[in-house]
Design a binder for this molecule. Sequence first.
Ligand SMILES: C[S@@+](CC[C@H](N)C(=O)[O-])C[C@H]1O[C@@H](n2cnc3c(N)ncnc32)[C@H](O)[C@@H]1O
Length: 296
Amino acid sequence: MRTDGGVKRVAGADLVLYREGSSEFYVPDPNRYCEGGLPSKDSPIAFAPNAAVNRSILVLFHRVNRISRFGDVFCGVGARAVRLHLEAGVEESVLSDVNPLACRVARMNVRRHGLKAQVYCHDAAIVLASFDLDAVDLDVHGSPVPFAQVAFRGVGDGYVHLTATDLESLYTPAARRKYLLEGPLQERDPELEARAIVGTLVRLAASVDVGAFPRYCLVEPRLRVRVCLECRRGKSYANRALENLRREPGVGYVWSGPLTDERTLSKMERELDRVDWDPEHVEEVRKALGSNILSA
Ligand SMILES: C[S@@+](CC[C@H](N)C(=O)[O-])C[C@H]1O[C@@H](n2cnc3c(N)ncnc32)[C@H](O)[C@@H]1O
């Protein structure tokens, strides 16, 4: 990814204009605030350059599943909302973050492009409960579980995208608290991690009478699991989703159905031929679609 122009100072933070996909937005200077593709401890806003593939896959998904209203409720600099407006035809968005500087920069980024977007310096749960959206993105640092029910209630018939980054906790007694499992996973198994996370999310959706079905699941081993769930409101959908759970001894209920919808994946792969992204990035995304998407 490319950074352009000089450094801009906002509230003591050094920002640079950054290009990702076919969008540009301000981010904390990666030369100063990044370590190994992740935000450094002193970064004023959480922005991970190494999540570019993850964000591009979100863009591809909504190029083939069009939506008009998007909630970027853990927005950071607002990269996901900006990219979906500019690259996937999103018309309106609501962004939120509890970091006031993130909100200020996200506001700069959406205004710079004249997007129809509102940025709130609120807890994600408040925004999820207040707006009618077609898709929401819970790009949390940690477990998305505390925010899942309110997201499923808010979206109803739509899409919920979630990131889990505390994968280590699945292997410790914290798995009971963070993922509502019976107990921790025993051996390193990225697929079982994804199935356990999806299983818990599907049960949370069912508790508010929503059926949630995975559309794709991207696993970045030891870093993130990313899940996209298509949601359908209604008890019968919720019951149908629950039929896909199986009990894994010692762990609890895990998702046993497909983690990725093959037709959606093929469409996303074809869509890659239509984007005007840096060819190197296109190849990275193609590789991730081929090897990091769990389709079993
Ligand atoms: C992983 S970062 C988001 C990165 C961003 N989505 C991106 O793709 O660049 C998580 C963000 O969530 C914010 N955050 C943490 N707890 C929150 C909460 N309860 N409600 C809203 N935002 C929160 C943090 O300040 C941080 O900016």
